[in-house]
Write a protein that binds this ligand. Structure first.
Ligand code: DUC
Ligand code: ZN
Ligand code: ZN
Length: 469
């Protein structure tokens, strides 16, 4: 009997984290059901001759509609954020349900579901952010949530309203070990940052560029070292998020060389921006205030080495969207406010893939297979979504991005689909763009047009993290 497909993607070159091969892709009921040459005609057909077909991206670190505590408001919600992601070739996003101190974690998750309900055009899962590890949270709420499919959570070593002390970090890591969850850690030394910040403020050095002085690489290195040590004591895997350069990377590489299951993520801002980007005229530098801050060109080179040699397993956007010229955005405390009052974060969910493809694969710094691993397969594995997401294989969801690898694009904010009023990458030229994007076999984006309805995206329960990378 001939198999009937809903859709056949014909004639493309397919790349996964392991292979590059030519095949047609047969899709039925939203899943890939065949990979072979010369498949019979499907009900629908897409001609991918001369194109590259990649797994849709998995952006495992982005922030949408996350409540803030300083009067600011994130510019992207579950409508605009995932839509922007889809236009950039990403088909799964994992933002954060953040517990406020004093709040039940369950209430934070319920609230985040309400925010997401009926809006996302692509599939999404949640990480948790644990800020208040009370006996109730550690004893009941978190174990129950992990079993329900929230198998990863972030903790902080900095920010007064988010940070945990070392004892709390140990307790949380021990719980992750007992329950089989993956802990993500934001590693910067809070007291060192507070002391440096106070000195800068006393000296009147409050312009955006001093954000980078207040959060030096040493503060990141120290907290990375400490976090790794605590994970080693507990004997549990851990992932260090948004690593900015060589100082922290050395700690991670050393741990990995000893066989510790320490994983690491980096982001576009650490290969493409430097602290000089915080030193623009007037308040413009505030556009690039994020934490950890971008460093220098030597750090960029280190990060590229880490992307190529496996120190990093994950490349995420850390899309944290605040409008620049907006009293709910970067100017929440006014134009020219001290860097201490500028919301931290930069946008990048739509540009993540094209930037790494162009600068990395296009310029020979990383292989195409590693690109797929960093941007789709590894995050899907680490966060328990593989093999449903993150690869092209029979049985996987047909989440695909069809790339025109020779198309030249000049990035401009006008052409992006987020709700932020700037991009840090304005005017940057890239070669290669994902032109057709499918989620579970449905065309979501084609030729610059949204073809699917917001709200079609499904919430994904995550399985056990796969830490055998
Ligand atoms: N940490 C993040 O993960 N995102 C934005 C800012 C921050 O400090
Ligand atoms: Zn962080
Ligand atoms: Zn973040």
């Amino acid at each position: 009997m001939t198999q009937q497909f809903d859709l056949v993607i014909r004639g493309g070159t397919i790349a996964t984290a392991a292979d590059i091969f030519e095949a047609d892709i047969g899709i039925s009921d939203g899943r890939i059901t065949a990979l072979a040459a010369d498949l019979p005609r499907g009900t629908d057909e897409i001609d991918a001759t001369g194109k590259l077909v990649l797994p849709g991206g998995v952006d495992a670190h982005c922030h949408f509609d996350q409540p803030t505590s300083d009067g600011s408001k994130m510019a992207d919600d579950f409508d605009s954020g995932p839509r922007s992601a889809a236009f950039g070739g990403t088909t799964t996003v994992i933002p954060f349900a953040c517990q406020q101190k004093g709040q039940s974690l369950r209430a934070a998750v319920d609230d985040y579901h309400r925010r997401a309900e009926g809006k996302s055009v692509i599939d999404y899962a949640f990480h948790l952010i644990v800020t208040d590890p009370t006996p109730q949270v550690l004893g009941q709420e978190l174990p129950a949530l992990i079993r329900e499919g929230y198998t990863s959570f972030k903790i902080y070593t900095t920010y007064d309203d988010l940070k945990l002390n070392d004892r709390e970090i140990i307790e949380v890591l021990a719980l992750a070990k007992r329950e089989g969850a993956l802990t993500m850690i934001h590693a910067e030394n809070s007291d060192a940052i507070a002391w440096l910040t106070e000195a800068l403020e006393k000296a009147g050095q409050t312009a955006p560029r001093h954000h980078a002085d207040a959060r030096p690489a040493i503060a990141e290195r120290e907290a990375t070292h400490r976090a790794i040590s605590l994970a080693e004591i507990v004997d549990v895997p851990m992932l260090v998020v948004h690593v900015s350069g060589g100082e922290a990377m050395e700690q991670i590489a050393h741990a990995r060389s000893k066989g510790l299951k320490v994983f690491a993520e980096t982001c576009p801002q650490y290969i493409l921006l430097t602290a000089d980007d915080l030193n623009l005229d007037g308040f413009e530098g505030a556009k690039h205030i994020c934490s950890p801050p971008p460093r220098d060109s030597a750090s960029q080179r280190s990060v590229w080495r880490g992307l190529a040699n496996g120190t990093f397993q994950v490349f995420s956007s850390d899309h944290a969207p605040f409008r620049f010229d907006d009293p709910q955005g970067k100017k929440v405390r006014g134009d020219g406010a001290s860097f201490t009052h500028v919301p931290n974060g930069i946008p990048g969910v739509e540009t993540r893939l094209a930037l790494l493809f162009s600068e990395g694969v296009g310029k020979g710094r990383i292989s195409l297979n590693r690109f797929v691993a960093l941007t789709a397969t590894n995050p899907a594995r680490l966060y328990g979504l593989y093999p449903r997401k993150g690869t092209i294989a029979v049985g996987a969801d047909a989440d695909l991005a069809i790339w025109n690898t020779t198309r030249e694009v000049t990035i401009t904010n006008d052409a992006l689909h987020h709700n932020v009023d700037y991009t840090p990458y304005e005017g940057r030229r890239v070669t290669g763009w994902p032109e057709t994007v499918l989620s579970r076999g449905e065309v979501v984006v084609q030729g610059g047009t949204l073809e699917a309805k917001p709200g079609r995206g499904a919430f994904l329960e995550c399985g056990a993290p796969d830490t055998q990378l």
